[in-house]
Design a protein around this ligand. Structure first.
Ligand SMILES: [Zn+2]
Length: 678
């Protein structure tokens, strides 16, 4: 698995799960899905139920999914296209270089009998290396070796834009090395959390048994590993704290770092992973490394080695025989997310190819699916929405003129990336063999960790993408001040050339506004127009912003996505601000667009006025069903609110919605004193 993490992280639209559809419905003339609407519901009382009620009823979560949404339906469509591409590449008579890479990789993943035949043999060389470690020098060497293969044992080493000079890449080390999703999973005291921990320890033990360790030894190892991870977790920051980029910036020289961690020769580690020479780096969480330094002396060597073995097994499980795959799914799929069945092999193999060779596969996907018309229209909408935001910024009553000026500078500097990268990643140096899935995976990982390391000391390449072209998502990159829309999302229900403008503005238009306002949310506002972590706000603006933002913290903190689970209003603040700001900007842009085209807002299509279509187009993007286990997991780890609250939370803050549907005082969705920042 790739280490998909950035300290000064990208902010995305959602975290979609992937899988196959139950059914799909044909959009009506306007582009709305009329069959999704629950006419028995009152839009002013529960708009989400009105817009999505029938969809929710007719689209239960499939057995091999933890949640099911319209994002997933679209992703499923993309996956089928990707499978066709891969099968064609696999069987092509005159294979191109790209066909050989992606076709060979996919083939090796699908060839389960070759994988079964090899059994645990692919693991052996690395397991033996770990077993032979006998002193701290050899331990360091092995940690470095695992890091080169993207097994993040103990911590994370990566490159990142320099927080003080966002044009340059520097080295960074950060907290890491946990097998549970997040720090707090090691400490929560409720029954469900305790159960997850018990099952996690049992899972570690079973993985050891699969490589031939006796049940009693495996259980002892698992308990020791759990206590080591708990101690790593103790010195880690939780997800909510990590939203504050200032907390993650500590520039150090190599000798500062040596003083912090005298028991671990980082200079040697950087040489062992073949990092370019550098003199300073960012140590995201210094206390974590102080603690890591102590652990190296307090933990027995055997436990440190068992911990490395566990992380190697964990990182390799999906590449091995059915016994490993099933055991891995049993904990990470069933226990953590509530999924009952594993996905068909081909879906896992399509995802794996997208993970490891995403720009080779993505290039073919773009050739096959991406239309210039969609790109052009999206760019126009981005321009219109940026224009609305400029007007909006100027009209704000709470922001001082000096800060407004800076905000406009930042807004005008936003770069827009649509569809796919200008230049494609070159994977030609990776050797891909048709019968070696395990080897292919780790060779791709080595390629990727080298690619990331080699950026250290070089200028930031702002043309690079964090998401592959078929991805159904979008993101704002605060350190680069750009918004990114992969080709995968520029399709129905987000965008259609055939749909009414009102529906397109409600769907992809709100997404564009959402990404744009991320530059100005609780996190994004701390970066300047060039992506540097720099405070460009007046003190009074900051105080007023925080007060307005607290309205969202309280509103969303009151929502409950599953029995006994509450949303974390602070963790989801940036996303909620983006949703609320995004809809306002897209709505204003639609009104201008209609005026330009001389279309009256009251003109109906499918029985709905233009504003009604806009709000339905927005809400229907978020139709979803979620298993309670997954709802709980997301509430604890995901900065995005669930679809129900993304919809109802937003419309009940939006007076234009009340107007469109004639909602009155006392109605739940009536925007009496809605929260608003942008
Ligand atoms: Zn977002």
């Amino acid at each position: 698995m790739k280490i998909a993490r950035l300290v000064l992280g990208v902010v995305c639209l959602t975290l979609p799960s992937v899988g196959f559809a139950q059914s799909s419905s044909t959009p009506e003339h306007s582009g709305l899905d009329l069959s999704a609407i629950d006419k028995a519901a009152d839009p002013c009382n529960d708009f989400y139920q009105y817009a999505c009620g029938n969809w929710i009823k007719n689209n239960p979560v499939p057995a091999d999914e933890s949640a099911w949404s319209r994002f997933d339906v679209l992703f499923q469509r993309n996956q089928t296209i990707l499978r066709d591409i891969l099968q064609d590449s696999e069987q092509h008579e005159n294979q191109s270089a790209i066909d050989q890479k992606i076709g060979g990789f996919f083939h090796s993943c699908m060839d389960e009998s070759a994988i079964e035949q090899k059994g645990t043999e692919p693991l052996r060389p690395e397991l033996e290396r770990i077993a032979h470690v006998s002193n701290s020098e050899e331990l360091l060497e092995e940690i470095a070796r695992l890091h080169e293969r993207q097994i993040g044992a103990f911590f994370i080493f990566d490159s990142t834009p320099d927080p003080k000079d966002a044009r340059m890449m520097i080295a960074e080390i950060d907290q890491g090395g946990l097998g549970l999703p997040e720090r707090d999973f090691y400490f929560r005291e409720d029954e469900r959390s305790k159960e997850i921990r018990t099952k996690y320890v049992a899972h570690i033990a079973k993985m050891f048994q699969l490589i031939g360790v006796s049940a009693a030894d495996a259980s002892a190892k698992a308990n020791a590993i759990m206590s080591l991870e708990t101690s790593l977790a103790k010195a880690s920051l939780d997800v909510t704290s990590r939203r504050d980029p200032q907390l993650l910036v500590h520039e150090m020289s190599l000798s500062d770092l040596h003083q912090l961690t005298p028991n671990f020769n980082f200079k040697q580690f950087f040489a062992d992973v073949n990092a370019p020479d550098f003199s300073k780096l960012n140590v995201a969480v210094p206390n974590f490394f102080k603690n890591f330094n102590d652990l190296l002396k307090t933990q027995p060597m055997s436990t440190l080695k068992d911990y490395m073995t566990w992380h190697y097994l964990n990182g390799s499980a999906a590449l091995l025989t059915k016994a490993f795959v099933d055991e891995n799914f049993d904990f990470y799929g069933k226990t953590l997310s509530g999924v009952t069945e594993i996905k068909p092999r081909w879906r896992r193999c399509v995802s794996a190819t997208d993970d490891e060779l995403g720009e080779a596969l993505g290039r073919k996907f773009v050739e096959k699916t991406f239309g210039q018309e969609g790109k052009q229209r999206t760019l126009e909408m981005v321009g219109e929405i940026e224009h609305e935001m400029a007007n909006d910024l100027q009209s704000l009553t709470w922001m001082s003129p000096a800060t407004k000026e800076q905000a406009l500078v930042k807004l005008h500097a936003v770069a827009n990336k649509i569809g796919y990268p200008e230049k494609w990643r070159d994977y030609s140096s990776i050797s891909i063999l048709n019968d070696d899935y395990f080897g292919n995976w780790y060779r791709c990982n080595e390629f990727e960790s080298k690619r990331e390391r080699d950026k250290i000391g070089k200028p930031v390449d702002r043309t690079e993408w964090e998401m592959t072209p078929p991805t159904v998502n979008a993101y704002y990159q605060p350190t680069e001040n750009n918004i990114n829309f992969p080709a995968g999302i520029l399709q129905p229900p987000f965008y259609s050339n055939q749909a009414d403008d009102a529906v397109n503005y409600g769907a992809i238009g709100v997404v564009i506004g959402h990404e744009l306002t991320h530059g100005f949310d609780d996190q994004g506002r701390k970066f300047d127009a060039d992506g540097n972590l720099k405070d460009w706000w007046q003190k009074s603006d900051e105080e007023k912003f925080n007060k307005l933002a607290d309205c969202f913290v309280n509103e969303y903190g009151g929502f409950s996505p599953a029995p006994g689970v509450e949303l974390n209003g602070r963790l989801t603040l940036g996303e909620n601000t983006a949703d609320n700001g995004g809809i306002r900007l897209a709505y204003l842009a639609l009104m201008d667009d209609l005026a330009k085209k001389h279309i009256s807002p009251s003109e109906k299509q499918d029985g709905y006025t233009q504003p009604q279509q806009f709000f339905l187009g927005f809400a229907q993007v978020w139709c979803e069903n979620v298993r309670p286990e997954q709802a709980r997991l997301w509430a604890q780890t995901d900065p995005h609110s669930p679809g129900r609250f993304r919809t109802n939370g937003v419309v009940s803050n939006t007076p234009q919605f009340s107007e469109a549907f004639g909602c009155k005082t006392g109605d739940k969705m009536y925007a009496a004193r809605g929260c608003r920042v942008w």
